[in-house]
Write a protein that binds this ligand. Structure first.
Ligand code: SDX
Length: 432
C-alpha cells in the first residue's frame, strides 16, 4: 500500500526522513528537521522567483499551463467571455458563485453608486505633471484613497470588506478616466450612472461637448470582454504583491496600490504598452527577421511573448485576436496588426521560441485594440489594472478568510561577511 509521503535521505548524515505529501506538495517547514548538527537551523527550500513554490491554497482561478486552460471559479474563460459580462465575472471571482438576478442587480447598483471620488481626489490629481504616466497617477491615487476612508482599516469586519470592495471596483475606472483626461489637458468627465461599467469608463475617457456620451456598442462590448479576460490570473506577480502586503493587515487601498505597482512593470502588465512600442520600432514586415535574430541573441525580450505558466498558447490571446477583428470593423484595421501577425507566424516556427515554448500571451494583441480605439500606449496597463482589481480583491478576501495566513516573511540564504570588527576611518583601505 503506497504511503502519501516523500522519503528523503540526507547523505551527509545517512538519516532518512518521511515528509507528508498534501495536494502534491510538501510543507517547506517540514524540511527544517533535516540537520547535520542538532543546533543547526535546519534545511530550507530555495526558490528565488517562487517558480515552484505554492504561496497559498486558492479556489479562485485555475490555470493549466501545459494545456492552455484558464478557469475562473471552474468556469472556462472562453464561456465567460462569450456569455457573461465583466461585473458578473467580478462578482463570481469575489463571491465564488455566479449571482442570481437580485444579487447581480444589487451588485451593479452598489458599484454604479460608488463611482464618484471626493473632490479633493480631483485636486490631488491636478498636482501631477501634465505628462505624468497614468499608471503612476493610478498607483498614487488609489493609495491616497486610504486617507479618505480610514474605516477601511477594519479589514475583518464583513460590512467593511463589502463596502471597500465596492468602492475599489467603482472608483478605479473613475481615477483611470481622470488620469487620461489629465494628460490630454481635458476637463475631467464625471461618471454617468446610466451607462454600463465599460460604457461609463469610455464616457469618462472620451466624452466631449455632447450632452450624453453614447458608446459604440462593438467597442463597449470589446472593452467589457477585455476586462473579463484580464480579471484574474491566480498567483501572478501583482496578485502575489496584493497578498504579500495584505498579510500585514493594512487597508485594501494600500494593498491595491502595491498590486498596481507590480503590474506597472514591463515584464508583467506593462508588457501591453511595450508590445506596441516594439511593433512600431519594427516598423515593417521585412524588418521582422532581423528583429527576431536580435531577440534570440538575448538583446531584448519579444514583448507579449512567453509566460511563466503557459507553455501553450495563452487562451486569452486567442480570444483577444478575435475581438481585434470586431473592433477593426468599426475603427479600421490597425496597421501594426500585419506586423504582429507575421511576427507571431515567424516566431512560432522558429526553434528558439518552439524549444522554449514561447507563445503570444495576453499582452500581445490587446494593445492593438486599445490603440485603435484612440488610447495612448501609456493607458494600456491602466485598463489591465481596472480589470485586475476584481482578481486582486478576490485574492485579498480569500487571504483574510484563510486560517493558514500569517504575515509573509520569507527566509534567505546568507552569503555575506562573517562577524567582523568596526574599523576607524583612518585605518580603512584606500579606494582602488
Ligand atoms: C503577464 O504571471 C501571470 O499570470 C502574468 C499575466 C497575468 O495575467 O497576470 O499573464 C500577465 O504578465 C503576461 C506576461 C507579459 N510579459 C511579457 O510579455 C514580457 C516578455 N516576456 C518575458 O519577459 C517572459 O516570458 C516572462 C517574464 C513573461 C516569463 O519569464 P520567465 O518565466 O521567468 O521565463 P525565463 O525568463 O526563465 O525565460 C526562459 C527562457 C530564457 O531563455 P534561456 O535563458 O533559457 O536561454 O525563455 C527566454 C529567456 O531568455 N524568453 C524569451 C522571452 N521570454 C522568455 N526570449 C525572448 N522573448 C521573450 N519574450
Amino acid at each position: 500500500m503506497s504511503k502519501n509521503t516523500l522519503s528523503v535521505k540526507d547523505n551527509r548524515t545517512g538519516k532518512t526522513y518521511e515528509l507528508a505529501i498534501d495536494n502534491d506538495t510538501i510543507k517547506a517547514t517540514d524540511l527544517r528537521q533535516i540537520k547535520v548538527k542538532d543546533e543547526d537551523f535546519g534545511m530550507m527550500s530555495y526558490d528565488p522567483a517562487f517558480g515552484n513554490t505554492a504561496s497559498c491554497k486558492s479556489k479562485v482561478t485555475f490555470i493549466d499551463g501545459e494545456k492552455g486552460i484558464l478557469r475562473y471559479r471552474g468556469y472556462p474563460i472562453e464561456e465567460l467571455a462569450k456569455k457573461s459580462n465583466f461585473l458578473e465575472v467580478a462578482y463570481l471571482l469575489i463571491h465564488g458563485e455566479l449571482p442570481n438576478k437580485s444579487e447581480y442587480d444589487s451588485w451593479v447598483h452598489d458599484i454604479t453608486h460608488h463611482t464618484y471620488v471626493h473632490e479633493n481626489i480631483r485636486k490631488l490629481m491636478d498636482g501631477f505633471r501634465y505628462d505624468a504616466h497614468p499608471m503612476g497617477m493610478l498607483l498614487a491615487t488609489v493609495g491616497a484613497l486610504s486617507t479618505f476612508y480610514p474605516d477601511a482599516k477594519d479589514i475583518f469586519d464583513t460590512d467593511v470588506q463589502k463596502l471597500e470592495i465596492r468602492r475599489l471596483m467603482a472608483k478605479t475606472p473613475t481615477i483611470a478616466g481622470f488620469s487620461y483626461r489629465h494628460i490630454m489637458g481635458l476637463p475631467y468627465v464625471y461618471p454617468d450612472n446610466e451607462l454600463s461599467y465599460a460604457g461609463n469608463f469610455l464616457s469618462m475617457m472620451f466624452k466631449m461637448t455632447e450632452t450624453k456620451y453614447e458608446p459604440n456598442p462593438a467597442i463597449e462590448k470589446a472593452i467589457d470582454v477585455l476586462f473579463i479576460l484580464h480579471a484574474d490570473h491566480e498567483q501572478n506577480c501583482s496578485a502575489s504583491a496584493m497578498r504579500n502586503v495584505a498579510s500585514s493587515h493594512p487597508d485594501p487601498y494600500s494593498a491595491a496600490a502595491a498590486a498596481i505597482a507590480a503590474l506597472y512593470g514591463p515584464l508583467h502588465g506593462g508588457a501591453n504598452e511595450a508590445v506596441l512600442e516594439m511593433l512600431a520600432d519594427i516598423g515593417s514586415i521585412d524588418k521582422i527577421p532581423q528583429y527576431i535574430e536580435r531577440a534570440k541573441k538575448g538583446e531584448f525580450r519579444l514583448m507579449g511573448f512567453g509566460h511563466r505558466v503557459y507553455k501553450a498558447y495563452d487562451p486569452r490571446a486567442a480570444i483577444i485576436k478575435d475581438i481585434a477583428h470586431d473592433v477593426f470593423e468599426v475603427t479600421g484595421k490597425n496597421p501594426l496588426l500585419d506586423i504582429a501577425l507575421e511576427l507571431e507566424r515567424i516566431a512560432l516556427e522558429d526553434d528558439y521560441f518552439v524549444r522554449r515554448r514561447l507563445y503570444p500571451n495576453v499582452d500581445f494583441y490587446s494593445g492593438l485594440i486599445y490603440q485603435s480605439i484612440g488610447l495612448p500606449t501609456s493607458m494600456f496597463t491602466v485598463l489591465f489594472a481596472i480589470a485586475r482589481m476584481a482578481g486582486w480583491l478576490a485574492q485579498w478576501l480569500e487571504l483574510l478568510n484563510d486560517p493558514e495566513t500569517r504575515i509573509a516573511r520569507p527566509r534567505q540564504v546568507y552569503l555575506g561577511e562573517d562577524n567582523r570588527k568596526y574599523v576607524a576611518m583612518s585605518r580603512r583601505r584606500k579606494k582602488k
